[in-house]
Unconditional design. Structure first.
Length: 546
């Protein structure tokens, strides 16, 4: 991401006039902001809206409990793997052009996915959506920076962008439930098509066509992006297929071996590349590496909570999709309120304290929700969701500050994008791991209960088999939640042992809206927005805090 050029020095009176003029966006800037914010809303809407539809998708397209994870992971893996590449493509080939390409890919894949009649069709469409989101998310933010002059006009544009990020995550839960209830699961994808068409129609008219200044020698690290994305996909495939194929099966072993080769190739490519996607030396900084580790583990916990709890609410407690969406509202409310407080308190009490406390609350919330049963009421879900939301709210702002506190202006975009990539990759790997845990626990519990009935020669009729299967599924969800709590506990240990006490904090607190979207498992680039606040004050002293 290329920072906006700084204005030339002017007399104070002229500076005041310029500030006054820039504080009111010009008409074409207003239209540009509408286009950018709408695109951000569309991308943020997608993950939560699809999550609400997962139980219905599973029944209609006959997904197994383990294969259902690919509806989420196909999107998240591709998005996380290509995010850095997508941002660099905008710098190289023009932000408006790549923004339009990303919107077209996203909307087109949404149409194709909504027409899916089998599992591979839907999974492939979700992967292409991930490609589009990986292009749209970083270029949209770059367009905000390049379109609006530094000052109050850009600050207001950033606030609108952040608000759309927050609104998209929460709105997806409600809109997804309405669409599935009133129409069908296909409309959670179709809804992106008219939005995408409208954004495309206005893009050329509203957005500047200029290309950011770059070095001519810069190249896209396509081999690096493809090797890490394919390696992670094969690792997820091995984890997901292991419960059915067996951990020692040839298919599972081949998937893990190929994943290891590709991830090793990625490391070799990054070491030798002139313009690496991820400079490996960048990850040697202790605080940054620890922060990425914490975000990876929290991303795994959060995405897994939404994935399993959605199925529990609809399949076990028999909530409608709309009611299931409403049930999640304690998370965005808790995250928003806590983030506001943390952004004000972090300069006084230090980032590390919040980074230590956040994972603890997430772990406690997940342990609490692991006690649910087929007879649970919403009270046993509400409390854990509030606790998890508080923990996430305590974590996101300090994680952002930690990521960008020790980097120069030219590296702040990379630092923040890697934090978001950590969240996406952690979510996909964590979900694959916990789906395996849940599937194994469900199978073992069912076989044990069935064996106990047969041992006493009890009748095993269809209603009893259904009851056994339901009880086994709940046991699988419980084990998944407990394993996610263990992951959050590891995040706490990483924060305690590896994070140093001092983190530099910018004078302006980070934006809060994208963090809210992140807490809901969404796909925008929340920390890149926060990085702009750091970039804006990079030339001013920033007091270190503990």
């Amino acid at each position: 991401m290329t920072p906006a050029p700084e204005a030339a020095a002017t007399p104070s009176s002229a500076a005041g006039a310029l500030e006054s003029a820039s504080s009111h966006p010009r008409p074409h800037q207003r239209l540009a902001l509408v286009v950018i914010a709408t695109a951000q809303l569309m991308v943020m809407l997608d993950l939560t809206i699809v999550n609400i539809a997962l139980p219905t998708i599973r029944r209609e397209l006959h997904f197994s409990a383990t294969n259902l994870t690919w509806v989420v992971d196909a999107y998240v893996l591709v998005f996380g793997g290509l995010l850095l590449l997508g941002g660099r493509a905008g710098d190289l080939f023009g932000r408006r052009r790549m923004f339009a390409v990303g919107i077209a890919a996203f909307a087109g894949a949404s149409l194709v996915g909504g027409l899916a009649t089998d599992q591979p069709w839907l999974i492939a469409a979700r992967a292409v959506q991930g490609v589009g989101a990986a292009i749209v998310s970083p270029t949209a933010l770059s367009l905000v920076v390049s379109t609006f002059d530094e000052g109050s006009a850009r600050n207001r544009a950033m606030a609108v962008y952040a608000g759309m990020s927050a609104a998209g995550g929460a709105l997806g839960l409600l809109l997804g439930g309405i669409l599935v209830d009133v129409a069908s699961w296909r409309w959670v994808l179709f809804v992106n098509v008219p939005i995408g068409v409208a954004v495309l129609a206005l893009t050329r008219m509203a957005l500047p066509a200029g290309r950011a200044p770059i070095r001519r020698s810069r190249r896209l690290d396509v081999p690096g992006a493809l090797s890490i994305s394919a390696g992670m996909a094969l690792l997820v495939y091995g984890l997901v297929s292991a419960p059915t194929d067996g951990w020692s099966s040839a298919r599972t072993d081949l998937a893990f071996a190929a994943a290891a080769v590709l991830i090793g190739a990625f490391v070799a490519i990054e070491r030798s590349a002139k313009e690496p996607l991820v400079p490996l030396g960048f990850l040697r900084h202790r605080n940054r590496a620890a922060g990425y580790g914490v975000m990876l583990l929290l991303g795994a916990a959060m995405l897994s909570l939404v994935f399993f709890l959605t199925q529990f609410l609809q399949d076990v407690l028999h909530y409608s999709p709309l009611l299931a969406g409403v049930a999640y509202l304690p998370i965005p409310v808790s995250v928003a309120g806590t983030s506001v407080a943390v952004s004000q308190l972090v300069r006084r009490f230090g980032a590390r304290r919040f980074l230590v406390a956040g994972p603890v609350l997430v772990a406690l919330g997940l342990l609490w929700v692991s006690g649910v049963s087929a007879t649970s009421g919403y009270a046993q879900v509400f409390g854990p969701l509030v606790l998890v939301g508080l923990g996430m709210g305590l974590s996101f702002v300090p994680l952002t500050l930690n990521a960008v506190s020790s980097v120069g202006r030219h590296e702040s975009g990379l630092a923040s994008a890697l934090l978001n990539t950590s969240q996406q990759v952690g979510g996909s790997l964590g979900l694959a791991t916990l789906v395996t845990v849940a599937a194994t626990a469900t199978r073992d519990q069912y076989e044990h209960a069935l064996g106990a009935l047969r041992a006493v020669r009890a009748s095993v009729d269809t209603p009893r088999l259904h009851a056994l299967a339901a009880a086994a599924s709940v046991h699988g969800y419980q084990m998944a939640f407990r394993s996610a709590a263990a992951g959050a506990g590891v995040a706490f240990v990483v924060a305690v042992l590896l994070l140093r006490s001092r983190v530099s904090v910018p004078a302006a607190p980070p934006a809060l809206g994208p963090a809210l979207g992140s807490a809901l498992g969404s796909d925008a680039e929340p920390t890149a927005l926060n990085a702009e606040h750091v970039v804006a004050s990079a030339d001013h002293p920033r007091p270190p805090i503990r």
